[in-house]
Design a protein around this ligand. Structure first.
Ligand code: ATP
Ligand code: MG
Length: 575
């Protein structure tokens, strides 16, 4: 391909709406063009990258005997009614009506459709196991479509679904996918870590996320991992051993204390001369439109996803001051936030964290403005919670839940995930097969996603410098660029053309920069776009030498044009 013909327009400045480096570079280097919020055109360079990732994914999926199909992008409401998700999916689901006023949606994911396909096509255990996948656009009306391709509204996903006769079969399918995933990301040039994760609204119990670890702000997930063993988990799911702390408030008797205008736990601790870890904190949430009180030790934080799952809900947010006042009024109290407590509260779900189990002579709110109770104990002043749950945000420095190691924290970008779904969809949608004894049973399912567009963006987050993208060669749009420094110099141009022809003939994906531009401009574009290798044909060609440079390094080698061709051919052969 000639650079003069390549459909690419590079920009000097970052787009004003871009926060993360992959978004900036993809726009500036001419890979994507925004159409509307969270929706992008994948321009020719981008399309080449995406196809490469897709082909790696295809090869590894096919190697595990998964079979590719393609499901529609638009789906009927009825299937979502059957699964029960029409009412719970929330605003991310883009709903529409057709001309007959029938409900439809843009597919955010395809569990319903694949379960329909299995229900229609699989009758007997003899047809199982089977794993079906597609590479398809998804649409999710994400609340904050920022970060370019990392979190778009429309994006490309590989989604696979396995159907098995029993749990054991599903676990085998899951292990095969875990293996395929590790290979896929490694082939894309990305090291990933499989971390335990929350399965959220999708259901199921066991799931792992594949994270590209980055310490940039684009890593939307906090990953806690052990410094000794292989434990790693998303912070929304991670467990930990708490460090020891003072859990006895030391008050000799229970009494109501005037704590005027105190707003924070720190202020309260200082005012009462007590450790924050001897305070029982009460937080009020609205979970699926119902109020929930969360009780946790004063020095700890609630992990909202854990709390949400504990009450089997889909949406959670902290209650507003007005809502808190209303809930208290319904229970016969009149207090402002900051003095809330569980005692005397009825018809509200109360979830107590494990961290408060051992509290003694502690401090707690009593729903009375400017007052707290000190020296409280469960069983006397405070009704003991029916049970204690883990709703606590695990922190770096705490103990690993699986060994005596310590947890560390890093940021990660989730590029893929795998879920053991079980019968969540097959049971709801009555998708069954007859087993060996002639009994009808729901399929045991697993589902497995990879963000194709997000993987490309994650690679840039991981590999870039001040000048541009540094693609891993396996997913670069082209392998190499040949740059004649002066296109008006006949010898330079002739040799450059010869190198180009030879590389092309050997299957190398090559661009020749035939533009009548200054060398500096050409190098800038080459670096920005991120060609993994550059062969420069300049003045030294009179001595028979060209310059060979890897994008990832700073070294410039002066070698013969034959050697340069041979080198590139050899490197590309390993891809
Ligand atoms: P996230 O928590 O990041 O929103 P998710 O849990 O919703 O991801 P899935 O629904 O399981 O993810 O989707 C499978 C894969 O699709 C994810 O691992 C991710 O790589 C990709 N993906 C999900 N949402 C987006 C998005 N808005 N833009 C780009 N890729 C996405
Ligand atoms: Mg999501």
């Amino acid at each position: 391909m000639k650079m003069s013909q390549l459909f690419v327009q590079t920009l000097r400045d970052d787009p004003s709406d871009a926060e993360v480096v992959s978004h900036k570079l993809l726009v500036r280097a001419g890979y994507i063009r925004k159409l509307t919020s969270g929706v992008y055109n994948y321009l020719p360079l981008m399309q080449r990258v995406l196809k490469k990732i897709e082909n790696i994914v295809r090869e590894e999926m096919d190697a595990k005997d998964a079979q590719e199909l393609l499901m529609p992008f638009v789906q009927p409401e009825e299937l979502w009614q059957e699964s029960g998700r029409w009412d719970v999916y929330g605003k991310e689901l883009m709903r529409l009506k057709d001309r007959h006023d029938r409900g439809m949606c843009l597919g955010p994911t395809h569990e319903e459709v694949i379960t329909f396909i299995a229900r229609e096509g699989i009758r007997s255990y003899k047809q199982l196991p089977v794993n079906l996948y597609q590479i398809q656009s998804k649409f999710r009306d994400e609340i904050r479509p920022r970060f370019g391709l990392l979190r778009g509204r429309e994006f490309i996903m590989k989604d696979a679904y396995s159907f098995d006769i029993d749990q054991k079969g599903m676990e085998e399918a899951y292990a095969k996918m875990a293996d395929a995933y590790t290979r896929i990301f490694l082939r894309c040039g990305l090291e990933t870590r499989a971390v335990q994760s929350d399965s959220g609204a999708i259901g199921g119990s066991v799931s792992h996320e594949y994270m590209v670890l980055t310490n940039t702000d684009s890593g939307e997930n906090d990953v806690l991992y052990c410094d000794k063993c292989s434990y790693a988990a998303n912070s929304n799911h991670a467990e930990s051993k708490m460090l020891s702390a003072v859990t006895d408030g030391g008050f000799v008797k229970a009494e109501k204390v005037h704590t005027p205008a105190i707003k924070t736990i720190e202020d309260l601790a200082e005012f009462l001369k007590v450790a924050p870890s001897a305070i029982c904190k009460t937080l009020v949430y609205i979970v699926d439109s119902k109020p929930v009180f969360a009780l946790i030790r004063g020095d700890m934080a609630v992990e909202e996803i854990k709390l949400m799952n504990t009450v089997r809900a889909n949406e959670i947010r902290i209650a507003t001051e007005g809502e808190i006042k209303e809930i208290l009024a319904n229970n016969g109290f009149d207090s402002v936030p900051g003095f809330i407590g569980p005692e005397g509260i009825k018809d509200v779900i109360i979830v107590a964290d494990l961290s408060i189990k051992d509290l003694k002579n502690f401090v707690v709110g009593i729903n009375e403005t400017d007052y707290h109770l000190v020296g409280a104990n469960f069983g006397s002043e405070v009704t003991p919670p029916v049970e204690f749950k883990d709703i606590r945000l695990a922190k770096a420095g705490e103990g690993c839940p699986e060994c005596d190691g310590t947890l560390l924290i890093t940021k990660g970008i989730e590029v893929g995930n795998i879920f053991q779904l079980g019968t969540k969809y097959s049971a709801a949608m009555n998708a069954t097969f007859t087993d060996v004894n002639g009994t009808e049973k729901p399929f045991i399912m697993g589902c497995y996603g990879i963000g194709i567009t997000r993987t490309a963006a994650a690679a840039i987050e991981r590999f870039h410098d001040d000048w541009g993208i540094i693609w891993p060669i396996a997913i670069a749009p082209y392998h190499v660029i040949v740059v004649p420094v002066n296109v008006k110099d006949e010898q330079q141009m002739a040799i450059a053309q010869q190198i180009y022809d030879q590389l092309k003939a050997q299957g190398v994906e090559v661009v020749i920069d035939d533009r009548d531009e200054r060398a500096g401009v050409k190098f800038k574009d080459a670096d920005l776009i991120g060609f993994p290798y550059r062969i420069t044909v300049g003045k030294t060609i009179s001595e028979g030498l060209v310059e060979f440079k890897a994008r990832s390094g700073s070294e410039v080698e002066k070698i013969s044009s034959e050697d340069a061709v041979a080198k590139v051919v050899e490197i590309v052969a390993t891809v």
